[in-house]
Design a protein around this ligand. Sequence first.
Ligand SMILES: *Cc1c(COP(=O)(O)O)cnc(C)c1O
Length: 712
Amino acid sequence: MNNTPIPASEITELTVGLNRLARNLWWTWSHEAQEIFNELSPRAWQNLYHNAVAILHEVSDYELRSRLQDREFARRVREVLQHFQGYLHEKNTWAHKHAPGLITEPVAYFSAEFGFHESLPIAAGGLGVLAGDHTKSASDLGLGLVGISLFYREGYFQQAINPENWQTEYYSLLDPKNLPVERVFDARGEPMVGQVEIGHAQLHFQVWKVNVGRCTVFLLDSNRPENEPQFKDLTLRVYGGDSTTRIMQEILLGIGGVRVLRSLGIQPSVFHMNEGHSAFLTLELIREQLGAGKSFDDALSWTRQHCLFTTHTPVEAGHDRFDENLIEYTLGRFLKQMRVPANKLLALGRVFPANTKESEPFCMTVLALKTSRAANGVSELHGQVSRRMWQPLFPDKKEDDVPIGHITNGIHILGWMKGPMRQFMKRKLGSQWENLAQTQECWEKMADPGFVSDEELWALRYNLRRELIEFARRRLLMQGRRMDRSDFIVYDRLLNPDTLTIGFARRFATYKRAPLVFSRMEEVIRMAKDPQRPIQFVFAGKAHPRDDEGKRFIQYIIHLSKHSELQGHLVFLENYDVHVARHMISGSDIWLNNPRRPLEASGTSGQKIGMYGGLNLSIMDGWWREGYDGTNGFAIGDDSHPTSVAEQDRRDSDNLYRVLSEEVIPCFYERDATGIPRRWIAMMRRAMVTLVPKYNTHRMVQEYAQNYYLRG
Ligand SMILES: *Cc1c(COP(=O)(O)O)cnc(C)c1O
């Protein structure tokens, strides 16, 4: 037995290493790293919402040093830090082999939001989560990628439900000291401060960086003492405020973002606009080229050579349009500097250049399309829909020839895999399992009855379902404290671990039709309360603060959960975020997705469930239209939709009830003599092997690299 104390210098090395690790989000997809932070203080780990930086403040330096004298603990910390160092310096990545040019000249990836983890809540929803997963995979693949976004000190709103079951929003101020962010300094060692002109004033901004494995994301922050108050709070909230706030945020994101890259000496090979919010970056690039003496046409063509654009939605409200008076008010001075007739510049944001500012507002999507060398939608169907939508921009092209392709979205597998599943994978696949998790072979093994038995998979499902139910009961108990006594329910009788569990969680945009499954109450109550084959629902989601229709949906569903016969079979969890999502996607047997086709451009939440053996029950829209093969889940309706919305709602509701009662429920409850649902588990295996290796961001980022980033 070795009982000599570990030398102080080595302890220091480990504490420094842990502090560095806490400030690199790599830990959020390393199981061993999370275990270490958890172990330091399991209770604080929960209360601080899994925030590694905050944990290291919670635990004193003295405690940390003392505890590192536990040899076993020190050994594990050392091992994690070695993995982390090895990861950072790996020289044999996918990019080294397939895209070495993108290591030296990175991709600049602009996104108004990034969703990495619950401890850095600066994303509003799916777009941000996608950007976060894109970055994590770019890092794993070794691709040079530099992210640009804004630092929202109040993040996105938190949801609380009032006694009338109405969504209310509240915000809390984030403290950078307790976040995985670091100040960016300039060459003189001073905090970097940049400027953009807005109207007649200068907006000053500072810069933070987030380390995401090998990649860096820079966050611009308007909270500077030299700013006027309205500028100071510009980056307070994600998509905060009116269209004036919005355009100013977008000016900062696009124009400020390019300036940050320039002052850091980063020379991107390509600028990737994740949605149109950042499209003003193209005006800054044009301005730079004009400044270097190019003509307007040459400056525009240089810019087009260096920009890519991904559009994310066919929903009209998802495309920013600004009144040109507002453009002139905020950007007028910037545009004048270019010495190009204003109309020529403003025409970049109009479908029809001959239109006047009165007849056609300035559209960020149009600007992005006109200034990019290539563009894409986020699923095959969304590509088609986008080509139709933007055909007028390309009058000499037939719809099929409109230059908008598609790359179907994905999710970052390890980032979405939680504890019990990781332990299961490790037990089955050995210590190298994390490197295998992206491969076809891995999921072929997981799906192979000779490798994992039906009984083991069923035990895993029970484990995950129970975790979700206990999580839901805990959350509901906390929610209940704010409710009135008449709402009091016996929480431990809510939901049943033996019951087929249907999850539904996403933004409560009306086109996603959250209440569709309750359109025939008698029928759904009969299904839910069937003594032999019951079902239950877990719902969550936020409505946009100004979307009363979406809030009414929430109110209705909560009302049903408390006051209808569905009580005990339906719950609504407040404050949907990445953490709630992780529980819901892992514990749900069925993931329900019933948007109005073709408005769900891709959807990603359904992609997160496959690794847990969850099954999709979805409209044939977005990614599911490509993923579904008749054996790996359930389809609501077919690859078509009527033009009338009323007709579509009726037809989809009919189909939903039919599939639930004739396919989903019988299959789940069909048990053999030993009590195992063989047919259901066979379907889980099909989902694992056909969906997980494909609908992930490793595949997605490789496609971006090969089909877009490298096609200069
Ligand atoms: C995955 C995810 C989304 C996106 O879900 P969709 O079903 O694709 O709309 C939104 N919010 C959170 C918190 C997520 O984890």
